[in-house]
Design a protein around this ligand. Structure first.
Ligand code: C2E
Ligand code: CA
Ligand code: CA
Ligand code: CA
Length: 277
């Protein structure tokens, strides 16, 4: 019996070892890709629910590796966080975004605003505001919305408050991402002087089959309106969801129903073609 145990521990050890070494390999390749600036960005349209116009785009980071293939952002963002390089990733994403905005400003009359995701770890870098401003240079901060999750704001609320205030003073817009999934009250979040609430995908996708989710979505929209905030619904996948959100007074929708995240070139072709200057 003892032997059998030993054997199963052996197999378990081997599996664990294989998993650990695969993760280490993935981490090494990620760090190399970051070093070589190989990460790219995709853009997903944000639609004005009343007019049907594309008025914004969320920037989503992408990593394609020759050997590992496409690795999901949830996976490599987690690696970046653990390796302490999320700020570096953030700057690379912001520079790529700036390149896109510069081109759009040259070629189009009216261009959508862009939203960039910012993680808690980025707040701890002391030069974050200066780095952001240097990175975007001639592009106006007003063109850029920074998306921060409720839980990331709460990692270090005092620091987050200081940094978001400074960013906002320079003209960046502020959005709370995945809104409704955290534990903080909106009254508390109001201190952050946010401009936009992004209603979490889970409520949007449940609201047609679950009365509670619908009530929650309705309440978030009503609350946001009374506070003068804009609302974006995430993960809109069907006509019915889009129609209900519009009826409830949500301003903007984002999701596969309107468009998937695509490369900057494809985004231009699909969403800006009729706006040539
Ligand atoms: P997120 O900020 O909540 O981004 C929205 C995610 O929902 C994206 O996943 C997007 O592709 C996906 N999505 C959009 N529409 C739909 C839909 O209709 N249905 C469904 N099921 N999903 C939809 P993605 O691109 O895999 O990114 C995952 C997460 O990784 C993001 O969640 C964000 O937290 C993080 N992330 C991505 N890029 C960056 C970045 O540049 N910096 C940081 N800090 N985080 C990033
Ligand atoms: Ca986001
Ligand atoms: Ca989100
Ligand atoms: Ca999310």
């Amino acid at each position: 019996e003892a032997k059998l145990h030993e054997l199963s521990f052996c197999i378990f050890d081997e599996q664990l070892e294989r998993k650990v070494s695969a993760e280490r390999h993935q981490t090494e390749r990620f760090l190399a890709a970051l070093e070589k600036h190989e990460l790219t960005i995709y853009l997903q349209p944000q639609i004005d629910l009343k007019s049907g116009e594309c008025v914004g785009a969320e920037v989503l980071c992408r990593w394609f590796d020759q050997e590992l293939g496409t690795v999901k952002p949830d996976v490599f963002i987690d690696i970046a966080r653990k390796q302490g390089v999320l700020a570096e990733l953030g700057i690379q994403v912001l520079s790529k975004t700036t390149e896109v905005l510069r081109k759009w400003q040259r070629d189009y009359e009216a261009i959508p605003k862009v939203s960039v995701n910012v993680g808690a770890q980025q707040f701890t870098s002391p030069e974050i505001v200066e780095d952001f401003l240097y990175c975007i240079r001639d592009v106006r901060p007003e063109q850029i919305t920074l998306e921060i999750t409720e839980s990331d704001l709460m990692v270090d609320p005092v620091l987050a408050l200081t940094v978001t205030r400074r960013l906002r003073d320079h003209g960046f817009k502020l959005a709370i991402d995945d809104f409704g999934t955290g534990y903080s009250s909106l009254a508390y979040l109001q201190q952050f002087a946010v401009d936009i609430l992004k209603i979490d995908i889970s409520f949007v996708q449940a609201m047609l089959r679950d009365e509670q989710s619908k009530t929650l979505v309705n309440t978030i929209i009503a609350m946001a309106r009374s506070l003068g905030l804009e609302t974006v619904a995430e993960g809109v996948e069907t006509t019915e969801q889009a129609a209900l959100l519009k009826e409830l007074g949500c301003h903007f929708g984002q999701g596969y129903y309107f468009g998937h995240p695509v490369s900057p070139d494809d985004f231009e072709k699909q969403w800006l073609a009729d706006k040539k200057a």
